[in-house]
Write a protein that binds this ligand. Structure first.
Ligand code: PLP
Length: 399
């Protein structure tokens, strides 16, 4: 079977063809789904050697499966990392990666603006086990300096961040983390490796909720960790093995299928989002629009310096506050009122009462999530239909 060198091919070509070519055993163009929980050994000695880690081989799907391995190989390549680990959800990716890096008595630094589930893990579950999370402003070296100590292991950021699309300067975080001898973990869910590759900028670990743009069709919950071989191996053999948050072979296959169209989807998501951002920007009932491509975005320059495109997520604030937000959501005809993001369908939600309801009122205010803030995951529909739907719904919102 012919083998191409993926490092000589464009990102788009590798997405379509994969970095490893067709299945070497059968020539199958689509990676086969190895729907098997267990794998037979050739002989007793072979089984003992695989169990002892002296020989490579599959033996039980919680510890590895060929379909999962194919997905991990692709994601490691696309994120420019040494290795990847696929997990059963984005939260399994975050928890598995963080637990792989810390021990009892350690602390971590985390940005204030994070996915609501991540925030809850860091501030509610981890403290129950004596693991402290210190909130920092990752764009401010003095804030990191104030909170870091000898027990700090990592800084966890998300950029663009959920839901306000705030941008963290990855290069600056890399500098600060190296100075303090801690690792930088980046949740790259919103940008995907098509638009942003934190490992190339010096970050240590990338996390994905693959539920979103990697899968891309709103049908699969999954996650991914990408980083150095040694770190990923520890995450797999020490943490995943015991916590058990694995991906199913079928879901791994759905993500492999998603990757084939990642570049074309991301480009359409971005084009549609830009047009909607411009429409909302001039709408009299809209107080503010947050989309990193716009010059009015407070961190537009940072976004432009580290992203190759701006993606399909945007947020906007209605002048009429929470009541206007509720009225808008209930007046839409085409857009789907649902959480999650990165789907082909446009999804619209209200962070204060939905995805970020785990934040206290004070925390919501600190990160700028007002009652009138609406988050939009712009889909792949015709742009005229999307704008017409928003326009008619905004017409029903009291001024
Ligand atoms: C959805 C999401 C997660 C959590 O992922 P799940 O797949 O839902 O477990 C983490 N980070 C970000 C940025 C997300 O949007």
């Amino acid at each position: 079977m012919k083998q191409l060198d993926p490092s000589l091919l464009s990102f788009n070509t590798v997405c379509v063809h994969g970095s490893g070519g067709v299945d070497p055993q059968t020539g199958a163009v689509s990676t086969p789904i190895y729907q098997s929980s267990t794998f037979a050994f050739e002989c007793a000695e072979d089984g003992a050697a695989i169990f002892a880690g002296e020989r490579e081989g599959y033996f039980y799907t919680r510890l590895g499966n060929p379909t999962q391995a194919a997905l991990e190989r692709e994601m490691a390549f696309l994120e420019r990392g040494e290795a990847a680990l696929a997990t059963g959800s984005g939260m399994a990716a975050t928890s598995t990666a963080v637990f792989s890096a810390i021990d009892a008595g350690d602390n971590i630094l985390a940005a204030r603006t994070l996915y609501g589930g991540t925030h809850k893990l860091f501030h509610e579950l981890m403290p129950r086990f004596g693991l402290e999370t210190r909130t920092v402003d990752p764009n401010d070296p003095a804030s990191i300096e104030r909170h870091v100590d000898g027990k700090t292991r990592l800084l966890f950021i998300e950029t663009p961040a959920n839901p306000t699309l705030s941008i963290v300067d990855i290069r600056r975080c890399v500098r600060e983390c190296r100075r303090h001898g801690i690792a930088l973990f980046v949740d790259n869910t919103f940008a995907t490796p098509y638009y942003q590759r934190p490992l190339e900028l010096g970050a240590d670990v990338v996390i994905h909720s693959a539920t979103k743009y990697i899968g891309g069709h709103g049908d699969t919950v999954a996650g991914l960790i990408v980083g150095k071989k040694e770190f990923v191996q520890r995450a797999r053999m020490e943490i995943m093995r015991d916590l058990g948050g694995i991906i199913s072979p079928f879901n791994a296959w759905l993500l492999l299928r998603g990757l084939k169209t990642l570049p074309v989807r991301m480009e359409r998501h971005s084009e549609n989002a830009m047009q909607i951002a411009q429409f909302l920007n001039f709408h009299p009932k809209v107080a503010r629009v947050w989309y990193p491509a716009m010059r009015t975005h407070p961190q537009h320059e940072i976004a432009a310096s580290q992203m190759a495109g701006f993606g399909g997520m945007l947020a906007f604030e209605l002048k009429g506050g929470r009541d206007a937000g509720v009225r808008l959501l209930n007046s839409l005809g085409l857009m789907t009122l649902a959480v999650s993001l990165g789907d082909c369908d446009t999804l619209i939600e209200h962070p204060a009462s939905m995805t970020h309801s785990t934040y206290s009122a004070e925390e919501l205010a600190q990160v700028g999530i007002s009652g009138g803030l609406v988050r939009l995951s712009v889909g792949l529909e015709g742009i005229d239909d999307l704008i017409a739907d928003l326009d008619q719904a905004l017409g029903k919102v009291p001024a």
